[in-house]
Design a protein around this ligand. Structure first.
Ligand code: PBG
Length: 354
């Protein structure tokens, strides 16, 4: 019998005579794919708006500014941020992560603006928490937006990125974000020992309920290019290979994971996501903590550009890429597509036609 197509009901149409003798196959996996409801029984992974964290760029001016290499994303002003956050919540996305663009004149060698209680991020957190208190606010801990050198850490006289001196500044930054009302602190800097130091700082100040989502396995990836355009935060000299991980390494991610667990991380992250699905899987199997993955700016830009050219079907490839990240083992996905994907998923929730 001819296999029914996915949309048509099964028929008993007589097969063509030359195909009439059925193969004696004991196993026919296609039986579990023959109709939408049966595919539903067999489905192993789900994608829903509750899995998304929505990254937002802010700037301290008036009006929302486009980002050339990330069409559809903007550097938002304060009103734009609040409007986008409310819209995200309406779309079912429960969390945002904030990335500020710092004007050149506020960048310094010691990145003091990172812990200015009236800095852009600190004001944004307070505004979000008073306007949309249900929305979870995640903040990034790293010095690159605030440092003249454009590195995630302080740079010594010989050009090296200093670890322990940086951790002291990261603690001040994390504390100022917690004081402003951040729910989750996400250190993306990859300095050694920063999770333990931030945890101790937060606890000593009474912020025992503020979570740490550690960028556990953050790779020295070329896929961050558009993000650095968006924030004008590319390193002025050198690269980030002395602190971010070598893309060739997966075992090393297990070591970072073990340390982050010991240091008190509440959730762990792999970044980028799509090119590092094997790392997501290994982290998933090695930890009982929630695992996040960051579909980064370069992944977004690739999907946008190919779709804009008509080379890929945007909705289909975006949902497939996000499902693949979930299948690899991510509980949570940071994605610039959070709002659109949430809307597409809601449309998909309408009962299947066939
Ligand atoms: C900063 C930071 C980066 C990203 C998140 N936090 C850039 C970098 O490390 O250079 C990248 C996010 C993206 O590309 O979407 N520490």
């Amino acid at each position: 019998m001819a296999p029914p197509s996915s949309s048509a009901p099964p028929t008993n149409a007589t097969p063509a005579p030359d195909l009439a003798s059925a193969l004696q196959l004991p196993h026919r996996p296609r039986r579990n794919r023959k109709l939408p409801a049966i595919r539903g029984f067999a489905q192993e992974t789900w994608l829903a708006p509750q899995h998304f964290i929505y990254p937002l760029f802010l700037h301290d001016g008036v009006g929302n500014l486009p980002i050339a290499s990330m069409p559809g994303c903007q550097r938002l002003d304060m009103d734009g941020l609040l409007a986008e956050a409310e819209a995200a919540l309406r779309d079912g996305v429960g969390a945002v992560v904030l990335f500020p663009a710092t004007p050149e004149h506020l960048k310094t060698a010691f990145a003091e603006e990172a812990y200015n209680p009236n800095g852009l991020v600190q004001r944004a957190i307070r505004a979000l928490k008073s306007r949309v208190p249900q929305l979870i606010v995640v903040t990034d801990v790293a010095l690159d937006p605030y440092s003249t050198a454009g590195h995630d850490g302080l740079v010594g006289p010989d050009g090296r990125v200093l670890n322990d001196e940086t951790v002291a500044v990261l603690c001040k930054q994390a504390l100022s974000q917690a004081e402003a009302g951040a729910d989750i602190i996400a250190p993306s800097d990859m300095m050694d020992g920063r999770v333990a130091a931030i945890r101790a700082t937060l606890d000593a100040a009474g912020y025992t309920d503020v979570s740490i989502l550690s960028y556990t396995a953050k790779y020295a990836s070329a896929f961050y290019g558009p993000f650095r355009d968006a924030l004008d935060s590319a390193p002025k000299a050198g690269d980030k290979k002395t602190y971010q991980m070598n893309p060739a390494n997966a075992r090393e991610a297990m070591r970072e994971l073990a340390l982050d667990e010991l240091e008190g991380a509440d959730m762990v992250m792999v970044k980028p996501a799509g090119p590092y699905l094997d790392v997501i899987r290994r982290v998933r199997e090695a930890t009982s903590l929630p695992v996040a993955a960051y579909q980064v700016s370069g992944e977004y830009a690739m999907l946008k550009a190919a779709s804009a050219n008509g080379w890929l079907d945007e909705r289909a490839v975006v949902l497939e890429s996000l499902m693949a990240i979930r299948r690899a083992g991510a509980d949570v996905i940071l994605t610039y597509y959070a709002r659109e994907a949430a809307r597409w998923l809601r449309e998909d929730d309408s009962p299947p036609a066939g």
